[in-house]
Design a binder for this molecule. Sequence first.
Ligand code: UDP
Length: 243
Amino acid sequence: MSRVDVLGVGFDRLDLGASARALADRLERGERTIAITANPEFVMHSRRDADLRAIAAAADLVLADGTGILLASRILGDPLPGRAPGRKLVDLLVADAEATGAPLFLLGAAPGVAERAAERIRARHPRVRIAGTYAGDASPAGDDETVARVAAAAPRVLLVAYGMPAQERWIARNVARLPSVRVAIGVGGVLDQLAGVARVPPAPVHAVGLEWLWRLLRDPRRWRRQRVLPAFVFYVLLERLAR
Ligand code: UDP
């Protein structure tokens, strides 16, 4: 089925449940899967960056991380069925990995965070196999060292927490050198949330789709990244008029 185009990035027509099933099915079949959960910042970045656009176009799954993409798809007249927030998707992916015995590797975040996230995951999913954790270095200079570590640990699922778009670039550069990895996905701040370094937005905030505002109020430095949001709204409205 064709993807839903939001300003040049194509999104798969999958809500959270369907996204998790797609990942689980592909994992079971052993199909190499690069998944991206993209938000409006990602879309705006892609507009200026042909490499990132190509990475999204080549990804096996491109999922709507939040409300912004969902609303944009509705305004553009080709509505996505729902959002697949990274944090919830990771919960479901980890549950599937526990059930099937697929080993996980947690890459990225500040030193120590991935280890704490792994402890939290083990507390909730006692049978999960964590093949390894490593903060590493998101830049190409760190690739060889990180690839050596991940390859030695031979995970089937690789969660990469270098923030958007560094994590998507990291996966695109390196996944071919990691033959054991079946599912690779950029998870942004999810390891921070799992580790308890960053608070998870309360359920009502999630229900009304205002995670971005909640995160902005808790960490005002995010305005730098979020200042592209008004432009996102502007371009979506412009595109709607053009259609
Ligand atoms: N990060 C990292 N190395 C970098 C840049 C970021 O490990 O060079 C980590 C950072 O510690 C955090 C995550 O990447 O755990 C990014 O979180 P953020 O909330 O910014 O992600 P996003 O909004 O892109 O989902």
